[in-house]
Ligand binder design. Structure first.
Ligand code: NDP
Length: 248
């Protein structure tokens, strides 16, 4: 039996950049040992080096979450090495936008496999340790696109709506074991994902956001950190929308 890490252990996919990186920082600052997952090892090593130097507990796991075997093996290794897995944040996500009449099967499948199937695989691999501990937090990063739909994003919004259904079903299955499952649904957030939008489109988007600005990764991470903590123990099966009021 592996020695039990005295800190809560969190596994955060897409932890190298953007929202995921902010989640890694927030959970590490809240005294978790955090496993940060992404494909690009160099970016991960930079982040881990910085946070480790600051005395925080972080380790990298370089893998593609669409590879179910690698993802399952990585989570099982974390549980074996630390003796626990308390928090799972399924944040890794991609877009392959295009009008649906012209969308290729591959662009649909790639988005579903990375954004939705990987979350299912990770939840399945992580749940047993949480059930054993009678404590666990699953937090899936959805999107307002999964609630309202978005032209040019049938694949992406289907993956995010699917994530909401997946989360609610898992919440029902695991509630009796004191394991919660919730979604955070960001609106437009300043990251590499939204950076390529033309300035004209960004201006138009700001016009339809009641708070008149994009969110910051930190603002999304704060909602995730809340759901990961003891203060959120009675919240399960919910979608917390963090979008400056855009979808109200
Ligand atoms: P970024 O593109 O800035 O970062 C994505 C992160 O996920 C990176 O760390 C990336 O690292 C990792 N990643 C992507 N694909 C994979 C993969 N196949 N395997 C492992 N890691 C992967 O995205 P954001 O921070 O903007 O988005 C994070 C989440 O928030 C996503 O699920 C997104 O859909 C959601 N979201 C974002 C919004 C926004 O406005 N930014 C709005 C609503 C939701 P690497 O490339 O090295 O693998």
């Amino acid at each position: 039996m592996a020695p039990l890490n005295s800190r809560r252990v969190a596994y955060v996919t897409g932890g190298s950049r953007g929202i995921g990186q902010a989640v890694v920082r927030a959970l590490a600052a809240a005294n978790h040992h955090v496993v940060a997952v992404a494909r690009n090892r160099e970016k991960l090593d930079q982040l881990v080096g910085e946070l480790t130097a600051a005395g925080l507990g972080v380790e990298p796991a370089a893998l593609d979450v669409a590879d179910s075997t690698a993802l399952t093996a990585s989570i099982e290794k974390v549980i074996a090495e630390h003796g626990r897995l308390d928090v799972l944040v399924n944040n890794a996500g991609i877009t392959r936008d295009g009008l649906f009449l012209r969308m290729e099967d591959k662009d649909f499948d790639d988005v579903i496999n990375t954004n939705l199937r990987a979350a299912f695989v990770a939840c399945r691999a992580a749940a047993r340790a949480m059930i054993r501990a009678r404590w666990g937090r699953i937090i899936n990063i959805a999107s307002v696109s999964g609630i309202t739909g978005n032209a040019g994003q049938v694949n992406y919004s289907a993956s995010k709506a699917g994530l909401i259904g997946l989360t609610k079903s898992i919440a029902r299955e695991l509630a009796g074991k004191q394991v919660t499952a919730n979604c955070v649904a960001p609106g437009f957030t300043v990251t590499d994902m939204t950076e390529p939008l033309p300035p004209r489109i960004k201006d138009e988007v700001r016009e339809i956001i009641p708070l008149r600005r994009f969110g910051t990764p930190r603002e999304i991470a704060d909602a995730v950190a809340f759901l990961a903590g003891d203060a959120a123990g009675y919240i399960t099966g919910q979608v917390i929308v963090v979008d400056g009021g855009m979808s109200m």
